[in-house]
Design a protein around this ligand. Sequence first.
Ligand code: SAH
Ligand code: SF4
Ligand code: F3S
Length: 480
Amino acid sequence: MNMMNPDISLSDEIPADETQRQYYYIEKARMYVQRASLSAGRPLTFCVTTFGCQMNARDSEKLRGILREIGYMEASEEQADFVIFNTCTVRENANTRVYGRLGQLKPRKKKNPHMMIGLCGCMMQEPEVVEKLKRSYGFVDIIFGTHNIFKFAELIAMRYETGRRVIDIWKDTDQIVENLPNQRKYSFKSGVNIMFGCNNFCSYCIVPYVRGRERSREPQAILDEIKRLAKDGVVEVMLLGQNVNSYGKTLEHPMTFAQLLTEIESVEGIERIRFMTSHPKDLSDELIEVMSRSHKICKHLHLPVQSGSSRILQKMNRHYTKEQYLDLVNRIRSAVPDISLTTDIIVGFPGETEEDFQETLDIVRKVQYDSAFTFIYSKRTGTPAAAMENQVPEDVVKDRFNRLLNEVQTIAAKTCAVHQDTVQTVLTESVCDHDASMVTGRLSNNLLVHFPGSADLIGKLVPVYLAECKGFYYLGRLAE
Ligand code: SAH
Ligand code: SF4
Ligand code: F3S
């Protein structure tokens, strides 16, 4: 789990190198946690709850790694002494949920002297949020943002040392701190950050404001991490970035995403490579070519379209038209015929008319997505779209949303079923939720299949006959 814990003693000077510095604070925090456990007469426990995207999920693994390292044990949210919410603010409802959950923690904190509450993630990068927390949620112990997550141990040590609330938010950073602990959720697959931040400023989106400017990790650091993961039993990696297709542009020695993929492909032990998210404007022919040749890159591409109307796409600052998107889809499909395409769509962007919406329905019909995440436009303060006129009335948006969902689901059920009666390689992920005599695995195209089997299959790639399509998943059996 922890690859690089150097011998650090608290009597030494605080190291200057950031990674070493954090290991120093891990030691320090461990000492405080040990004392607190002694006074409690039991081990202290933690729970990290993640809101939002895969990027946040990966960050939460880093938080868990540090908490384990300093002596906390993992527990359910209801039982944990230290509850951390890793927040998302991409839509207003993600935001509201956090305040609700926070309110529920207050009475527990009164009863448990060892209780601590931490808040981090994208919401904390909004000054209004931090103001509100200071004003009305004084019982929160530690507040930090997306840019200084690597300082978690230091902030915990500070909280113990001072006995006071710690708030540390950075506006931006160009720093990437490597080699800190992390605790993976799955033994056999892992997310791997290849870049942080976003420079695209789609006009509706708050992510560039809360995640900062685009920064790519050095290819060597990525490859070293993936090699370590492979040695540790990981067979599938998911490369993470807000726009992986622009990977490497800002590096000292620039490198394309396709080149990075080719290098990762050669890592022994890695059997499957996934990535997200791809911005259509930056998806190169070189990438299509690499995907068509690769035996490891999964037959799945998440390609958010957002809208089918070129007029709206322009207002969204997406830098492609409906025609360009469709042309891209055609090129991908002719190079990788059995690829599964999924997407994100926003309904009710300011100024969206019924005609614009019809264009969205039309593109959905033309592309025949395997699945689509559909979102109701949410106004994010500070983004250009929030100031646009003609915000679409709620009832109109809801009606469009329902019509779109209906279309998307009908098409998805149809596209999903095309693999019926074939044998596919499946990565077994877990014991089936509903039936302990079955296991659940994932196809290369990201669909799930349940089949009779036991837990010893978990983490293994096995051939499975897809006997019956159930709309969005399959029932199957191990093939010979
Ligand atoms: N970087 C990724 C997406 C990150 S956010 C990309 O560009 O594809 C995930 C999805 O949330 C987006 O694709 C978009 O569909 C949706 N989204 C972002 N901002 C939104 C908003 N203000 N209202 C509704 N949906 C939004
Ligand atoms: Fe948001 Fe656009 Fe960046 Fe995706 S590419 S995170 S939608 S600004
Ligand atoms: Fe949400 Fe932040 Fe991801 S706003 S979608 S958690 S980058």
